[in-house]
Design a protein around this ligand. Structure first.
Ligand code: PEP
Length: 252
């Protein structure tokens, strides 16, 4: 199992380029070799952040599956790669819900991103209905098996997974109870093993969903979890550092 601890935030549709750069400068001192920090700002902030990122990974929030073409408003893997971004997040629940991102499209996006040398942070998680009906494991296994269908063991060093129950993320979300996270992360780990054998254990898995300074310590100590992925509670440098410090202390 990869012992490195990961901590990062998706800014969603918040922060201008100048605000994102100020944010990065304010948290940069927390980066060191015991953990990997990452920030996933809007596209418009990427060029401001990549030249000053130091050891912090900078990620894009999505990309189009095609190499190029008549897709007005979209961004390609080649464009992201040329900007020097470290990763692309794919399959965030808001992309699946509001922009119709399907498992089949994610399969193509994952392959495209990997072909351009990008790390992929693949988000998986069940909806409230799937959770209520006891289908959490089935959902995350399906999402992983389809999206990672064309990934090979050679791609493993560039794969990262965020388990984010849809009912837990964003405004109105509630922190997932520990037993639910343990169960779903067990299913994620099982799917990664089914796909890649024992090498699948090396893929870092994060928990995301209403993480804050008070609950992060519990989540990051769950077996099979290698990091925390935080939205609202980490949208100020102070909040980011506060949650990060609590996570780091809990990890020891
Ligand atoms: C998210 O939406 O990916 C997320 C983790 O958000 P929050 O922490 O605000 O629930």
């Amino acid at each position: 199992m990869d012992r490195l601890f990961y901590f990062g935030s998706n800014f969603k549709m918040h922060q201008t380029a100048a605000e994102s750069a100020a944010f990065l400068r304010a948290v940069a001192h927390a980066a060191n070799s015991n953990h990997q920090l990452f920030l996933i700002p809007p596209f418009t902030s990427l060029t401001a952040l990549t030249p000053i990122k130091g050891d912090i990974w900078i990620g894009a929030q999505t990309m189009h599956e095609a190499e190029e073409g008549a897709y007005t408003g979209e961004i390609s893997a080649r464009m992201l790669s040329a900007l020097g971004v470290d990763l692309v997040m794919l399959g965030h629940a808001e992309r699946r819900q509001h922009f119709g991102e399907t498992d089949a499209a994610l399969r193509r996006k994952v392959r495209r991103a990997l072909d351009h040398g990008l790390r992929v942070l693949l988000c998986v998680g069940e909806t409230a209905l799937e959770h209520e009906c006891g289908a959490s494991a089935e959902t995350v296994v399906r999402q992983l098996k389809i999206a990672l269908r064309d990934a090979t063991t050679a791609d493993l060093p560039r794969l990262l997974i965020a388990y984010e129950p849809v009912w837990s993320i964003g405004v109105g979300g509630t922190p997932a109870p520990m037993p639910d996270v343990i169960y779903a992360v067990g299913a994620v780990r099982g799917a990664l093993r089914a796909l890649f054998g024992a090498a699948g254990d090396l893929i870092p898995v994060f928990y995301g969903g209403s993480v804050d300074a008070d609950n992060v310590g519990g989540y990051v100590q769950i077996e099979g979890i290698n990091g925390a992925f935080v939205g609202r509670a980490a949208w100020t440098p102070e909040g980011f550092l506060n949650v990060f410090n609590r996570a780091s202390t809990a990890k020891g």
